[in-house]
Design a protein around this ligand. Structure first.
Ligand code: TNX
Length: 481
């Protein structure tokens, strides 16, 4: 039936027949929460979901079985779909089946985000992690601190790649979501049983915020009033100052974030925070001494622990990138493990929840073929088959009680080099289809996975679905002309 992600179990009950359009849906709490049973016969479809989410995933399965036209924006007149008569019993392997979209490096308009939510739902993905702030842009309107978007959402120009000699586009870039935009995104996601996890990155990756409010930076070390919103890529030395002013400021930001995003998890970043300014800053050194911290690493974890307590007191959970392990992991923190599996393994063994997103496997900003004719021929080559061999639970955890700490996985889409929706489509697809199967389906260990079978299902049906959806994917035989 060429379903992607592949379901757990299918029983063919015989033949195919015309689709009547009749769907009867109910829930049965004895099924797994996101699981479902879908029975298709001559008189339509019967769906039983563990919850409404299960019902919704069943509808996505049914839609795939109706043929590519079911994904078009308008019905195709004069066609009558045929359906296979079958019973499908299905449930996801992981509860966190995520996509991270970096809307900070290149802003994606609200409508594009809504469209990615639709595309996630087609693939039964259920967590959208929005990377809302970075050195090169602040994308969430904050009522109490308007300069974050008045100033922080706009940059003068953009570096074209990392390479030397430096090249620039010499035109402004920017944009941000109003609070109403974000409420609309959250509601649209919820209607599709997708949770949105907002990320406010601290204490590194904060130059856009410092450009807007220079007193957030290490003013005793550099003249932060001269900083502009970042225009180039990489790890930036200009990080937040460890002051009470900064803590209060970000609490005020997070108060507004919590009003918009009802989900349990709030991502606080924590990645790639160079410690050089803190090393030279009397203010930072005084903080280290006063709190009895273990040097600059201790200072980083002091930041994270503060927001862990703050979020926990409000019934939320902190999640951060693996560097939050440096200097000791905050009590309630969960980790998105990106530099590999090691941080995730250490965190899981220490009893913390983990989302695996190792850059060696699921960084979809990296190229998907070796040819120099890729639109963005950068990064490690990660083909569709490579992504299909991604396994969220590494051998060090498999079969141990700690494996249950792996909530799931997410694919990360960083956008330094992808300036438009079509470019993001190209990087995401078809690889996101393979990723979706690694977090939903019951696959054998990586070495035994049938990548050829996935490619066959793509060719037989799924590319046609993506075509009907208008996805600008990388064609199987090479880049688009
Ligand atoms: C590392 S992953 C970063 C990002 C970059 C990405 C590019 C992570 C937490 N930090 O800031 O965009 O590499 O692949």
């Amino acid at each position: 039936m060429n379903l992607i992600p592949a379901p757990r179990g299918i029983e063919r009950t015989g033949g195919t027949g015309p689709w009547t359009g009749e769907v009867r849906a109910r829930t049965d709490p004895s099924l797994p929460p996101e699981g479902y049973r879908l029975a298709i016969g001559p008189d339509g479809a019967d769906i039983t979901g563990g919850t409404e989410a299960g019902v919704s995933w069943a509808r996505q399965t049914l839609r795939q079985l109706l043929g590519p036209d079911a994904f078009r924006r308008a019905p195709v007149e004069g066609t009558a779909p045929e359906v296979p008569f079958a019973v499908i019993e299905d449930a996801p392997r992981f509860a966190w089946r995520g996509l991270m979209l970096d809307v900070a490096r290149h802003f994606l308009p609200k409508d594009d985000v809504l469209r990615y939510l639709d595309l996630m739902a087609v693939h039964k993905l259920n967590v959208l992690h929005l990377h809302l702030t970075d050195d090169q842009g602040w994308r969430i309107e904050i009522g109490r601190h308007p300069r974050l978007t008045e100033v922080g959402a706009w940059r003068r120009r953009t570096r074209l790649g990392w390479g030397e000699p430096a090249r620039w586009d010499e035109r402004p870039h920017g944009g941000f979501y109003t609070r109403d935009d974000l409420r609309e995104i959250v509601a649209y996601a919820a209607a599709r049983h997708i949770t949105v996890v907002p990320e406010i990155d601290v204490p590194g990756h904060s130059q856009a915020a410092i450009a807007a409010y220079p007193d957030l930076g290490n003013t005793d070390v550099i003249d932060t009033s001269a900083l502009e919103v970042g225009t180039a890529w990489g790890i930036c030395p200009n990080v937040l100052a460890p002051t009470d002013r900064v803590l209060r400021f970000y609490e005020e930001v997070l108060e507004e974030v919590l009003e918009i995003f009802p989900g349990r998890f709030v991502h606080i970043g924590g990645d790639e925070c160079p410690k050089d300014q803190w090393r030279r800053s009397p203010v930072a050194q005084a903080r280290i001494a006063a709190e009895g911290l273990d040097g600059e690493d201790g200072l980083q974890s002091w930041f994270i622990r503060h927001f862990d307590r703050w979020l926990t007191a409000r019934g939320r959970r902190l999640v951060g990138w693996d560097e939050i392990l440096e200097g000791g992991l905050a009590e309630g923190a969960a980790v998105t493990s990106w530099r590999g599996y090691a941080a995730g393994i250490a965190a899981a063994k220490a009893g913390h929840d983990v989302v695996m997103c190792p850059r060696q496997h699921v960084y979809l900003d990296h190229r998907q073929a070796p040819g120099d004719d890729e639109p963005v021929p950068l990064g490690w080559v990660r083909t569709l088959a490579d992504v299909y061999r991604f396994e969220p639970v590494p051998p060090a955890l498999a079969g141990t009680p700690h494996a249950a700490r792996v909530l799931g996985a997410q694919a990360n889409m960083w956008t330094e080099l992808t300036e438009s929706r079509d470019r993001v489509d190209y990087q995401l697809f078809p690889r996101l289809c393979a990723f979706a199967e690694t977090v939903w389906s019951d696959l054998p260990p990586p070495a035994e996975r049938d990548a050829a079978g996935l490619l066959r299902r793509m060719d037989a049906a799924h590319y046609a679905r993506l075509d009907a959806l208008g996805v600008a994917y990388r064609p199987p035989d090479g880049p688009r002309p």
